[in-house]
Write a protein that binds this ligand. Sequence first.
Ligand SMILES: C[S@@+](CC[C@H](N)C(=O)[O-])C[C@H]1O[C@@H](n2cnc3c(N)ncnc32)[C@H](O)[C@@H]1O
Length: 202
Amino acid sequence: MQIKLNASDRQQIEESIHKKYSQAAKNPAALFKYPTGRNGLQTLGYDAKLVEQLPDEVANGYCGVGNPFSLGTIPKGSIVMDIGCGAGVDTLIAATLVGSTGKSVGIDMVPAMLDQAKSNAKLMQLGNVHFMEMSASRLSFEHTSIDIVISNGVFNLIIDKQQALANVFNCLKPGGYLMMADQLLTEPLPNDTKMIVASWFR
Ligand SMILES: C[S@@+](CC[C@H](N)C(=O)[O-])C[C@H]1O[C@@H](n2cnc3c(N)ncnc32)[C@H](O)[C@@H]1O
């Protein structure tokens, strides 16, 4: 079904995302019903050694819904982009996996999340990680510049999913890949646009 959202619907959704994830930046456990933080990482089967290396303050910021690293390998030297990186836990794990010859870049559209991600990167003392404020709907990365895109719990929130996916594939090098964990619809959307906007975070 093609949903037609007008400018005011879009603004309402984007403002709600900013509000909710600004709150979530400091303490996601207080906001979400699913397992977050170190508990979430362990429940979702992240590599135990990598999780162990994360300081508590870093692990606490995790609010992913799945484990993108379970979908493939991240070779040393790769350039990885994490779309909707939040507090940067997956970005930092990717930075550890790619090593000093690789690079890991996290993008998010909520400044409070990026502040937390930058502070987490300092704690981990990794020199190969960068964070940028950017929306997945308006990715501005060089064509075919990225080896692997990861994303966790973000595409369900994006209004223009097709555009955002096209942006991802434009950035990927030939043979590059996307490893995405997310939530999927299991029943039809309501017909009423107001209901769709109201239930965006249900
Ligand atoms: C459920 S959190 C997941 C954060 C992180 N991936 C993790 O696993 O901890 C969703 C994140 O997506 C970000 N987000 C939502 N819509 C976005 C968009 N259009 N572009 C970039 N980031 C977005 C939010 O700000 C939030 O940080």
